[in-house]
Ligand binder design. Structure first.
Ligand code: COA
Length: 154
């Protein structure tokens, strides 16, 4: 069975409220990572149609401050699949709702693992690649997957 990467796309948006911020109004990084993890979870679960857990998060780097009142949108998409694991790219866009335009604040790679009813890694559908961008993202995800595998067997 194959599935499309585009069918796994999930968007989560939220206006940032004061209880998520420090005294200067900057939103805590952990709040953003929690939103990203929720988006990755929904995307992977939609793809696998089973329970999924986060195994790994790569390349979290905050490029821009996110402030109280900003609209934060996380976009998550499965871009690579192994046997039971999926790589989900999550991007975070930030919009000041008192100005025009939005900016990319960060992106990260979440490795999510599908589990069966007994909590064991479960086989998932292979990914059908439709565009050159999807092929590129798949190849990059495969490189990271192979690096993780090599590290684990050392
Ligand atoms: C993720 C987990 C299920 C993997 O279990 P495991 O016994 O290592 O399973 P396996 O070695 O068979 O690996 C299963 C898949 O996960 C991948 N994987 C496991 N650990 C990984 C890691 N640290 N980084 C990337 N991929 C990982 C493997 O590469 C494998 O992928 P594949 O099936 O596509 O080849 C297990 O480590 C776990 O339950 N971790 C806790 C997850 C969790 O609770 N997350 C929330 C944190 S609060």
């Amino acid at each position: 069975m194959t599935k499309l990467s585009s069918d796994s796309i999930i968007y989560i948006s939220e206006v940032m409220m004061p209880h998520k911020a420090n005294v200067a109004g900057n939103i805590h990084g952990g709040e953003i990572i929690k939103m990203m993890d929720s988006a990755a979870y929904a995307s992977a679960r939609r793809y696998a149609r089973s329970n999924v857990v986060t195994a790994r998060i790569d390349e979290v780097e905050f490029h821009l401050p996110i402030m109280i009142g900003d609209l934060v949108t996380c976009t998550a998409q499965v871009v690579y699949v192994g046997t039971s694991s999926m790589e989900v790219v999550v991007t975070v866009d930030v919009e000041d709702l008192e100005a025009e335009g939005k900016k990319r604040a960060l992106s990260a790679y979440f490795t999510m693992v599908a589990l069966d009813k007994k909590g064991k890694p479960a086989h998932i559908a292979t990914l059908e690649l439709k565009t050159p961008e999807e092929e590129k993202a798949f190849a990059e995800g495969q490189k990271r997957y192979e690096i993780h595998k090599q590290r684990k067997t050392r």
